[in-house]
Ligand binder design. Structure first.
Ligand code: PGA
Length: 253
């Protein structure tokens, strides 16, 4: 049974003090995560160690970095390597978020290299894909997302892709309060799984957790997560509020 995951993406928000308060509020009552459910906290680099410490001894909870560099080490002032992230106990790395593709010009090839270096260093990528509004309006979102997967993931082996995590985040739904409908989310998630199945076989495709992202809130999470090919969510704004993110975690299948 593939994992059902509620992943927080704090983006560039919160001071350390605010972050620690948020975690204390979240864990004031123990989270109820079953065997196949996980909560993941995608936090800014400077907070990874502190938040990891807050999670110590708790079950099925993990930390994620929001990015890493695609080179091993060396003269890359200001960058953070996968090896460094692994050395501080990071579990996951969000790779290819649309904000990084757009504002930092991350190419398909660069994202493929980032995925590789994460895997080499024992980090689990959460690979993001999703179309902009113009592509959705043109009706070509399926082939657009398929191209994103092919360009950055299809060099991987079946073994490397087994148990992988992908987040489908339509750009027009991120931070806009406008979620994809249940039908739109299910349709794209099923398409992603079909594309993976055609390339890697049904067993690998069925092992991959496909998260939905884009204005997931406490009041719509259960509906979206109930779709058969939606295995949880990657959550921005609503992950900054303890009560809301708790409700989202409790909405996992
Ligand atoms: P949002 O962000 O939940 O605020 O729309 C989601 C994301 O960008 O991962």
């Amino acid at each position: 049974m593939r994992k059902q995951i509620a992943a927080a993406n704090w983006k560039m928000n919160l001071t350390l003090q605010q972050a620690e308060t948020l975690m204390d509020e979240l864990f004031a009552t123990p989270l109820e995560l079953s065997e196949n459910q996980e909560a993941v906290f995608g936090v800014p680099f400077p907070y990874l160690i502190s938040i990891k410490n807050k999670l110590a001894g708790k079950k099925n909870v993990y930390v994620a970095a929001q990015n890493c560099y695609d080179k091993k080490s060396g003269a890359y002032t200001g960058e953070v390597s996968a090896e460094m992230l692994n050395s501080i106990g990071t579990d996951y790395v969000i790779i290819g978020h649309s904000e990084r593709r757009e504002y930092f010009n991350e190419s398909h090839a660069m994202l493929a290299a980032k995925v590789n270096i994460c895997i080499e260093n024992g980090l689990k990528p959460i690979f993001c894909c999703g179309e902009p509004l113009a592509i959705r309006e043109a009706g070509t979102e399926s082939s657009f997302v398929e191209m994103q997967l092919k360009e950055s993931l299809f060099h991987l082996s079946a073994e490397q892709l087994t148990g992988f995590v992908i987040a489908y985040e339509p750009i027009w739904a991120i931070g806009t309060g406008k979620t994809a409908s249940n039908e739109q989310a299910q349709e794209m998630h099923a398409h992603i799984r079909k594309v993976l199945s055609d390339q890697y076989g049904v067993v690998v495709a069925d092992s991959i957790s496909i998260l939905y992202g884009g204005s997931v809130k406490a009041n719509n999470a259960a509906d979206i997560f109930s779709q058969p090919d939606v295995d949880g969510g990657l959550v921005g704004g609503a992950s900054l509020l303890a009560a809301d993110f708790t409700a989202i975690i409790n909405s996992l299948k």
